[in-house]
Design a binder for this molecule. Structure first.
Ligand SMILES: Cc1cc2nc3c(=O)[nH]c(=O)nc-3n(C[C@H](O)[C@H](O)[C@H](O)COP(=O)(O)OP(=O)(O)OC[C@H]3O[C@@H](n4cnc5c(N)ncnc54)[C@H](O)[C@@H]3O)c2cc1C
Length: 394
């Protein structure tokens, strides 16, 4: 397969690169892992999202009528690669652009598309994803949050967990059970829910990096109008599958890995141990060579997903392969970086002795979570086994 870009696509890459160099926040070192999702950080994310919006670059691949530029899948891939390489602060819009928008474009009414898509591309709304529950993560279809029809409304009761950014989000994509009698996959509906609706309580969950990134969300008699339903009632499971396929394509992971590799190579060139440069040590060279190969493979796996999308195909187990490999690859890369730095590799960013601003230590902890978010490695392997290899259900 030939993955080379056309001259126009290369020119677009240069345009994005130049723009990012001019417009990234002044003190932005790209270390999103060292930053909490507090109000100050969020302002950085929001003001960068507004700059992207002014350029129509929040979701440049979306149709023009929804605030995009109608870019091809490959141009979008190039754009995403540059964003990931520069570790641009795109957290404000990432769920809206990556998962909500594509699902609303496929299943939403015209009214829903008008209302939500432009708000996302104008960086006016931030979204969160209310799928997982305390007893429904991998087995998402076991979810128990109820939505009961009452006249022109639905009334929601239940609990979500691990909801990233719920404490800052304006809107939420919510899965809730609308038919408790139906088989579990067939009684779920998909809602677009305003987080300011009365009856919603958001409680922080602090992760192992000591950050407040995700939350528990409680719903007590939350009344929402019936036009918040996306698609048909009880068809939510199939729409959620679409959302998850978009969530798993993961080009950012592969390119983020390339950037980290470059940084650790530079560190190994510049740092001496017992009078020799680290990069001249055989074990270090082997680790770096392995990492370089893995980064390349990760990128090609993501290109495969994009190449399918550009031909109108719907990647499924291919997305799972890319997600599984890329999260694992980044975890191994972070570990390799920490080991190359020796004991200094474990220092936190606040330490005055910390190398590379503590990025590898942060990345190691962050990637452990990322391998679980969006579906654990075991779940990705089940998908690959059943849909990719045609093996029977275990
Ligand atoms: C950083 C992060 C961000 C997240 N953000 C969000 C969010 O914004 N919104 C949201 O809804 N959720 C979010 N999640 C939740 C995430 O989707 C779930 O954690 C994930 O789906 C796993 O579910 P669980 O935690 O309930 O684990 P469980 O499903 O209980 O799994 C526990 C273990 O059992 C294994 N296992 C389970 N079933 C099988 C099986 N059939 N075969 C083999 N092994 C199996 C799993 O692989 C895992 O190792 C986030 C999670 C993380 C870590």
């Amino acid at each position: 397969m030939d993955f080379r870009l056309t001259p126009q696509e290369e020119a677009f890459r240069q345009e994005v690169r130049d723009w990012l160099r001019e417009n990234l926040p002044e003190d932005w070192s790209g270390d999103r892992f060292t930053r909490d999702r507090d109000a100050e950080t969020w302002n950085v994310y929001l003001s960068f999202a507004k700059k992207l919006a002014a350029k129509r670059w929040v979701a440049p691949h979306w149709p023009v009528e929804y605030g995009g530029l109608g870019l091809s899948v490959i141009q979008q891939l190039v754009f995403n690669e540059e964003i990931a390489y520069h570790q641009a602060p795109i957290g404000y819009s990432s769920i809206g652009v990556g998962w909500v928008g594509p699902t609303v474009i496929v299943y939403g009414t015209e009214e829903q598309k008008k209302k939500h898509l432009s708000a996302i591309t104008n960086a006016e709304t931030m979204w969160c994803q209310g799928f997982s529950e305390p007893n429904a993560g991998s087995d998402l279809a076991a979810l128990q949050t109820r939505a009961v029809r009452d006249g022109d409304d639905y009334v929601i009761n239940g609990q979500k967990i691990w909801t990233s950014g719920a404490h800052l989000a304006d809107w939420c994509i919510l899965l809730a059970r609308t038919d408790p009698e139906a088989p579990k996959h067939k009684g779920i509906s998909y809602f677009l829910l305003d987080m300011k609706t009365p009856g919603i309580t958001v409680q922080p969950l602090i992760d192992m990096m000591d950050n407040h990134g995700f939350n528990e969300v409680f719903f007590e008699n939350v009344r929402i109008p019936k036009n918040c339903l996306l698609g048909q009632e009880n068809q939510g499971w199939y729409m959620a599958a679409t959302t998850l396929d978009f969530e798993r394509s993961s080009i950012g992971g592969a390119v983020g890995g390339r950037r980290m590799l470059e940084e650790i190579v530079e560190y190994a060139r510049d740092t001496r141990h017992n009078g020799r440069r680290l990069i001249d040590e055989a074990p270090v060279r082997v680790r770096l060579a392995d990492a370089a190969l893995e980064v390349e493979i990760g990128q090609l796996l993501s290109y495969r997903v994009a190449s399918m999308q550009s031909r109108g195909l719907v990647p499924n187990y291919e997305s799972s392969i890319a997600k599984l490999f890329n999260t694992d690859m980044q975890l191994r890369l972070a570990k390799a970086g920490m080991e190359i730095m020796g004991l200094y590799g474990q220092l936190e960013p606040q330490s005055k002795y910390v190398p590379l601003r503590g990025k590898f230590e942060r990345q190691y902890l962050w990637q452990t979570g990322m391998s679980v978010g969006g579906g654990t490695p075991e779940i990705q392997k089940n998908i690959i086994a059943m849909r990719g290899l045609g093996l029977p259900r275990g």
